[in-house]
Design a protein around this ligand. Sequence first.
Ligand code: PLP
Length: 385
Amino acid sequence: MIMKDSDELSPETLTAHGAYAGDAATGGVVPPIQPSSTFSRDENYNLTVENHGYARDKNPTFGHAESLLAKLEGGAEAITFSSGMAAAVAVFQALKPGDHVVAPKVMYWGLRHWLLEFSETWGIDVDLFDASEDGALQAAIRPGRTRLVWIETPCNPTWDLIDIAEAANIAHEAGALLAVDSTVATPVLTRPIALGADIVFHSATKYLNGHSDIVAGALVGARQDDLWARIRKNREHGGAILGTFESWLLLRGMRTLFLRVRQASDNALAVARHFDTHPKVARVLYPGLQSHPGHEIARRQMNGGFGGMLSMQIDGGESKALQAAGNCRLFVRATSLGGVESLIEHRATSEGPTSPIPRDLLRLSVGIEKPEDLIADIDQALAAI
Ligand code: PLP
């Protein structure tokens, strides 16, 4: 008989069973939603159930999603947050004034923007490096002062790759920690902690949940060190916890994580290959294409697929790109990514007038539909421009 908590279970099996978080009280095969904000104590004033005192500190419903994610990432502990941004904020607020942070120039724009503003008020120094330049990360390090290297891979919206093992070596040699935004890769394709990362970040809004119906964030710590303790306190005291219903939806969504990510990866590869030579497409950016600058790293670092995200630069510039997006009938015009339905986005419009994103670029979050339908939709959208 299979032991329910066995570390020998494959991640696919563990995930399909939602880490066996059933309901002991009723035998329900899925866990109940526990909305209680507070938990009782016995006559001797001990907590009735150990560790459950007040829902801002710990809650059984978000605990289920956290323990599954910690196992999938191979970390010591996972903590969920009310959004990806709240999770990232908890990491940077765990730093001390005077600390130095290194991050890539191309990364989720909302975080880059916030980090640059926050660094001024919090008194931390941030250097942004060009991930496409050899030696740029090493050159950005300030020995003795760099406390955290933050990377995103594959990164928005060029899907360039950063070598996690190499970044970990550089960070550790300088006495710094490495945090990896692995939202796009997911633990299905890449396990950053096994490659040397200290913290894994997810916008759980995306693939982990997978159904575009919650906003959530998560961090996984390789070990429970001092920085991790401060991050955990930031969540406990800052209170950016994931609500119980959202936590339940997150665990429910994660049960199909492997199927969804693998199908989205297969679909994205089919779409990328089809449009790579299309006369109205100047360039397809997808790490699964041999022509992509990050292809070799992706082959080493991503197992079983290259993810569901790709970008296309449309011949004729911004107006043609906007027209193509406007002509789509199946792809939904919306920001975000990682849902079962395909989305198309003119990224420069979403990021606003200061966006560094090429104006001819369309970002595609490829879902789990039939790939022929997706290709036909873009084909007709391009034919009409
Ligand atoms: N990191 C990446 C790669 C993202 O795409 C996003 C959101 O788009 C975030 C972080 C921020 O996460 P959230 O929107 O859940 O706060």
